[in-house]
Design a protein around this ligand. Structure first.
Ligand SMILES: [Zn+2]
Length: 280
């Protein structure tokens, strides 16, 4: 169910939809994925899906760590220090040598010292053209909020599944609650997500509703999201089996409407206010 986010990222990169800072979070393959994005941004022979060819001179140099426009920063000992950030900043002043994008990869970005983080923040606050930062960390816990808020967060591996699941549970809790304000601010927040993410989100909500249906009817304990679900208020909600089926149908309908270029705001209002009405 939870696909690797790299596919979507590469497709977007191929269309030139690139943000200036990403934060890759999770426990697996972060460096490999960062290199893949750097390749997709600089490959000279991208295929239709936005995949780097892997063999052009740019891909070759990135794979071998010798591309002059890709700059990697690693902790020096136990931390990443302000001097290192300053060194990197010097590199930013150079023109792009041969790539399309300058890519700065910060491995273990959670090991930035406070001074280092402040210095990085100043750099992130003034986005430079054709320059992309990719911060990597197992967890965002040690990264200052000010930096997190400048980055698009991408979750990998188990982290991705868990993160999505918990977010989706939170969404349903907001919608099932009696509080209209919570639902309205949720709609406002989701409206800012792009269509591909919304589709994934709606898909995730459908999985969750299916799990709830099974839980209601069989008490089955082998569900995809079971451990998270049983810790949430959803399991105890009074929404009936028939109501859950209606909600599932409504989600499916919205998924199709999203494909046919419906107005996002209207669609989200219609979807979540309908679910709210069904669940009350
Ligand atoms: Zn290539």
């Amino acid at each position: 169910m939870y696909s690797n986010p790299m596919g979507l990222l590469r497709q977007k990169a191929a269309k030139g939809h690139v943000v200036h800072a990403y934060l890759f979070l999770g426990s697996s393959d972060l460096i490999k994925n960062a290199n893949q994005l750097a390749m997709a941004l600089n490959c000279m022979d991208l295929n239709a899906d936005g995949n780097a060819c892997g063999v052009c001179i740019s891909c070759y140099k990135i794979t071998t760590g010798s591309h002059p426009d890709i700059y990697t920063l690693k902790p020096d000992g136990s931390s990443m220090k302000i001097q290192q950030v300053r060194e990197m900043q010097k590199h930013l002043a150079y023109k792009i040598y041969e790539g399309k994008y300058k890519v700065i990869i910060l491995e273990e970005a959670d090991k930035l010292t406070l001074q280092g983080a402040n210095s990085l923040l100043k750099i992130l606050e003034e986005p430079m053209p054709q320059t992309v930062f990719i911060l990597l960390a197992a967890s965002q816990r040690e990264i200052p909020d000010t930096i997190i808020s400048r980055c698009q967060r991408i979750y990998f591996g188990e982290e991705a599944g868990q993160h999505d699941c918990l977010e989706n549970i939170k969404i349903l809790e907001d919608v099932f609650s009696e509080d209209l304000e919570r639902t309205l601010s949720l709609i406002e927040k989701l409206e800012r997500e792009d269509k591909e993410h919304l589709k994934q989100r709606i898909n995730g909500l459908m999985v969750l509703i299916r799990d709830l249906l099974v839980l209601k009817s069989t008490k089955e304990d082998k569900l995809i999201n079971i451990s998270h679900l049983s810790n949430s208020s959803l399991e105890k909600s009074a929404v009936s089996h028939d109501e859950l089926v209606k909600i599932l149908e409504k989600l499916y309908e919205s998924l199709k409407d999203l494909d046919s270029n419906a107005n996002k705001r209207l669609l989200l209002e219609n979807l979540f206010l309908t679910i709210k009405r069904i669940s009350q």
